[in-house]
Ligand binder design. Structure first.
Ligand code: HDD
Length: 734
């Protein structure tokens, strides 16, 4: 006889139950489960009913030139399925790229949280991570200026836990009530549907300038954080304050961080815009290729924990999602690591159909009263119901938990579980003669029994009123080039705003962040000087200021966050007939040993002949893989090769553009001729920052140690990511 609790359980749930990972092998649990749903192409084509298709090229007709017959059920089935292949894209975060991996905790966190997946360092919890842009449609470019989503689904043995964050630790608005307005403002303008995937237009800045609470996040969005070099080189943040609750019911407030092993790096704005045209899939490709190559991206999970009784110790409100806790005030403890090691098998089934929800929590992790988070708790399930066609989206393979689930929810569109038995209610006594009851108050997820403060009202807490102090902290914390980039970004975005009053309002607000910043931005916008007083007189402006105990936080800048490694960095080696293959080989070996990936880029595909008549295979051309696809450029020696390159406009442009984007450049011997238009000569001592100039004799053929030195200098230059302080980059035409 079946046990009552067996009744509604599917075979797959049972299988999952029997597969409870033993310590150390948990990371496979999701992959094994997904395997049951995957299928491979086979030689024989059939209809969806399994009938063999006799001919996949011709429909059934009345005579070879006659009309197609309605009877052709094979044609109709194929076309009908095609007609319904698309589902609504996500209202925000439509464009995304994802990967599988695992998470492991470094040591038990039982002192702070009962969450099972944070207890045992031997357990690897499977994860699926989806990165996204926010504003653009599914087919928009990867490198637009935008916030990036960073959503992690942990398939734990207590149910799925979703940490649905961004690469920026604060948000534009403080209350979910304003989310539809924010999204309507940033999306393409409704009358003409432009622009795609950009905040640089009137409605966004109209809204932002009227909502000073956006100011802190605007500073981040105008920084290089919003144009990441790679999804692998971004931080992630849970944004809201959450709670850890331990087995004794004690609570700590917690902020979540993801710290990338490769450091945090951005593109140059001109580069980002060009990549959007040259390779709209730049980030997707980068993530995919890194995983395929075995260069698994890795992040450490960090937490800032604040004891329950220290909630009001900060001046600002922990519930306000426009505020962060500087790491200098509460250090980030790194408690585990996440590795992404497997690309999805099917973009639609996995990346598109995955459904995240900040309300997917496990015992030991709870919410705070952040009003933005509270609103999100409603929104996500609701959106999946319309996006994924009904309430059964949890049954889609990518969304299924790896632990058993059991309840009396039934039926609905696309239901797949075949729930057996007579009863679908609780309490019952008919479930195979045994009463089944929800286990009392102590088991399962327990909400933290926080005491609430009445009365019920529709109001913003005055503790949310300071909109500028942390915006200023962020600006003060940037390195000099990063500050310049922020100024340039505001200038660019606001110059796209057609209504001068909106531009003016925005720079008036900025004057409350930093007078000089506001002035520099206003200078190029054809408006008056920033007027701080005018801003302060406008509706929505709050005069409250809290004091921050620090003026700057180094953790808020990206500069110097690399780990000195050049692993996975892409280097173009420019070649033409007559290139000196010996110096090329020596330096290539040096940088490849350090982890760089090199491509020979030439005027055409095929081969070039070196000075010593060796044939070298070309990987890409100056045109099909322009400089913006690379982190660094090497121009080897060889008089004839250098002359040919210097006479080729695309090759010269390649090097100058890399120079403009502050990338590491290494020229050997005559290779320096490609930099001649910038007045850069063969004197290594006079080379600008990040440019390694090696005179010919030094690397001449057999001189291995000299070549090694050049390679080392080049590696050091690449490891700095970009040389933002490089002089006269503006001299290079964009
Ligand atoms: Fe959201 C998707 C992150 C506020 C409503 N959000 C979505 C995704 C991420 C975030 C990463 C994409 C998940 C995926 O890859 O499928 N959202 C955030 C963060 C927020 C935030 C970090 C603030 C701290 N979001 C927010 C609010 C609301 C929403 C205040 C509504 C009240 N978000 C949604 C949504 C989406 C979504 C409409 C679109 C698709 C989806 O949920 O699954 O429900």
């Amino acid at each position: 006889m079946r046990k009552p609790e067996d009744t509604p359980m599917t075979q797959q749930n049972k299988a999952a139950a029997g597969r409870r990972p033993k310590p150390g092998d948990g990371s496979q649990a999701k992959q094994e489960q997904l395997a049951a749903f995957t299928s491979d192409n086979v030689a024989r084509l059939t209809t969806n009913q399994g009938l063999q298709v006799p001919d996949n090229h011709n429909s059934l007709k009345a005579g070879p030139r006659g009309p197609t017959l309605l009877e052709d059920f094979i044609l109709r089935e194929k076309i009908t399925h095609f007609d319904h292949e698309r589902i609504p894209e996500r209202a925000v975060h439509a464009r995304g790229s994802a990967a599988h991996g695992y998470f492991e905790v470094y040591k038990s966190m039982s002192q702070f949280t009962a969450a099972e997946f944070l207890q045992d360092p031997a357990v690897k919890t499977p994860v699926f991570v989806r990165f996204s842009t926010v504003a653009g449609s599914k087919g928009s470019a990867d490198t637009v200026r935008d916030v990036r989503g960073f959503a992690v689904k942990f398939y734990t043995q207590q149910g799925n836990y979703d940490l649905v964050g961004n690469n920026i630790p604060v948000f534009f608005i403080q209350d979910a009530m304003k989310f539809p307005d924010l999204v309507h403002a940033v999306k393409p303008e409704p009358h003409h549907g432009m622009p795609q995937a950009a905040s640089a237009h009137d409605t966004f800045w109209d809204f932002a300038s009227l909502m000073p609470e956006t100011t802190h996040m605007l500073m981040w969005a105008m920084s290089d954080r919003a144009i990441p070099r790679s999804l692998r080189m971004m931080e992630g943040f849970g944004v809201h304050t959450f709670r850890f609750v331990n087995a004794r019911g004690e609570s700590h407030f917690v902020k979540f961080h993801w710290k990338p092993k490769l450091g945090i790096h951005g593109l140059a704005w001109d580069e980002a815009q060009k990549i959007a045209g040259k390779d709209a899939d730049f980030h997707r490709r980068d993530l995919w290729e890194a995983i395929e190559a075995g260069d698994f991206p890795e992040w450490e999970l960090g937490v800032q924990m604040i004891p329950q009784d220290k909630e009001h110790a900060f001046g600002f409100d922990l519930l306000d999602p426009t505020k962060l806790i500087p790491e200098e005030m509460v250090p980030v403890q790194r408690i585990g690591r996440m590795v992404l090691n497997r690309n999805p098998d099917n973009f639609f089934a996995e990346t598109e159909q995955v459904a995240f929800h900040p309300g997917h929590v496990v015992p030991g992790i709870d919410f705070s009263n952040d009003p933005l988070l509270q609103g999100r708790l409603f929104s996500y399930t609701d959106t999946q119901i319309s996006r994924l066609g009904g309430a059964n989206f949890h049954e889609l393979p990518i969304n299924k938990g790896v632990c058993p689930f059991h309840n009396f929810q039934r039926d609905g569109m696309h239901r797949q579980t075949i729930a057996r038995g007579q009863v679908a209610y609780e309490p019952n006594s008919l479930g195979d003669g045994k009463e089944f009851r929800v286990d009392g108050a102590s088991a399962g997820f327990q909400s933290f029994p926080e005491e609430l403060e009445p009365p019920k009202l529709r109001r913003r807490s005055p503790s949310f009123d300071d909109h500028f102090t942390q915006a200023r902290l962020f600006f003060n914390s940037q390195s000099a080039p990063e500050k310049e980039h922020i100024i340039a970004a505001f200038r660019f975005e606001l110059s796209k705003v057609e209504v001068p009053a909106v531009r003016q309002r925005m720079v008036d607000n900025l004057a409350h962040v930093d007078e000089k910043l506001a002035r520099r931005v206003a200078e190029v916008l054809g408006i008056n000087a920033p007027d701080a007083k005018a801003a302060a007189g406008r509706a929505g402006f709050r005069a409250h200021r809290f004091t921050m105990p620090i003026d700057e936080s180094r953790a808020l800048r990206m500069a110097d966050t690399g780990n000195g490694s050049i692993k996975t960095r892409k280097v173009a080696i420019l070649v033409a007939d007559g290139v000196d293959s010996a110096s090329l080989k020596a330096i290539r070996e040096g940088i490849e040993q350090a982890g760089a990936q090199c491509k020979l880029v030439g005027p055409r595909l095929g081969t070039v002949a070196s000075a010593s008549k060796r044939q070298l295979d070309i990987d890409a051309t100056f045109v099909n893989m322009p400089s913006v696809m690379f982190d660094a450029v090497l121009v080897p020696a060889g008089a004839e090769g250098a002359r040919t390159l210097a006479a080729n406009g695309d090759a010269v442009h390649f090097v100058l553009e890399a120079y403009k984007h502050c990338k590491a450049i290494c020229t050997v011997g005559e290779g320096v001729e490609l930099l001649a238009t910038l007045g850069i000569g063969a004197d290594p001592k006079a080379a600008p920052s990040g440019v390694v100039v090696a005179a010919t004799p030094v690397t001449n053929l057999g001189d291995a140690s000299a070549a090694q030195q050049v390679a080392q200098d080049f590696v050091a230059a690449i490891a700095k990511h970009r040389h933002w302080d490089r002089a006269n980059v503006d001299a290079v035409p964009a």
